[in-house]
Design a protein around this ligand. Structure first.
Ligand code: NAD
Length: 262
């Protein structure tokens, strides 16, 4: 699908934009006319995304930040306010999934619990705390949060991750009600099975994961692509979704409604 410049003139911040879904979204947002701010902890990956977007004629700037650190996030958004004087879209995409370290609560270490909540939930809070007022001051815009099938179904053996993804849905709804009057729409995407580093490092390295069975029972019979989610994010970022607020869009090829996965 060719770009229709649906984000022309908009400034869009994307967390975790160096790889995976965030990188795909950064490229698509830039192709649609946005000036994309890449909020990424992995400087090398962020630089690569920045270079690819600029090479394609788009506008992007890497802002290296660890979203789990409140002061770093605050400083980053102050810089955005100073340099760009506006923010139209905040796409909270970055998260961590710590594979075998995450576990059922009775086996979960306090340290792992805090690390996962630190990025996935506290990081989301810090970005919204600084980003939403800037969007509101810019005349309104869109916040896109990222949950997971783990926030929709009961997925075992990753209780810290599932806690953050459930909280992301609740927080999306409360923020949608709170900030809708200031023209800030807050929506959420719940993906599953998107072939990125996160899945390569978790499912594909798990000896008990049966990829053949997975592909046999997934309704669309394939892994998701980062672009599949980036296109949903584009819709939520653009004015085409002007009447969506507090929505949770499950984008998973039908996995979470399939009895085979329950
Ligand atoms: N891949 C899937 O199947 C899947 C399924 C459900 C939900 N999700 C969610 O989608 C989002 C993107 O997932 P992905 O598969 O592209 O993951 P990924 O691991 O491929 O990419 C995550 C990006 O976030 C960055 N990041 C991590 N910690 C950070 C921090 N503290 N500060 C700033 N950046 C940080 C990483 O460097 C990386 O570039 C995540 O929220 C994830 O939970 C993915």
């Amino acid at each position: 699908m060719g770009a229709r410049m649906r984000l022309r003139g908009k400034v869009a911040a994307i967390t975790g934009a160096g790889t995976g879904i965030g990188q795909a979204a950064a490229k698509i947002f830039a192709a649609e006319g946005a000036h994309v701010l890449l909020l990424e902890i992995n400087e090398a990956a962020g630089r690569e995304t920045q270079a690819e977007i600029r090479k394609a004629g788009g506008r992007a700037e890497l802002l290296r930040v660890d979203i789990s650190r409140a002061e770093e996030v605050q400083t980053t958004f102050e810089k955005i306010r100073t340099d760009y004087r506006r923010l139209d879209v905040l796409y909270n995409n970055a998260s961590i999934f710590l594979g075998q370290a995450d576990a059922p609560v009775s086996q979960l270490s306090v340290d792992v619990w805090h690390r996962i909540l630190g990025v996935n939930l506290h990081g989301l809070f810090y970005c919204c705390k600084s980003g939403i007022p800037l969007i509101a001051d810019s005349g309104g815009g869109a916040v896109i949060n990222t949950s997971s099938s783990a926030g929709v179904n009961g997925i075992p053996n990753c209780d810290a991750y599932t806690a953050t993804k459930g909280a992301t849905i609740s927080l999306t709804r409360s923020m949608a009600v709170e900030y809708g009057p200031r023209k800030v729409r807050v929506n959420c995407i719940a993906p599953a099975a998107i072939l990125t580093d996160m899945v390569r490092e978790s499912n594909l390295k798990d000896p008990s994961f049966d990829e053949d069975r997975f592909l046999r029972v997934t309704p669309v019979r394939r892994w998701g692509r980062p672009e599949d989610i980036a296109q949903v994010a584009l819709f939520l970022a653009s004015d085409e979704s002007a009447y969506l607020n507090g929505a949770v869009l499950v984008a998973d090829g039908g996995i979470t409604i399939t009895p085979a996965f329950l």
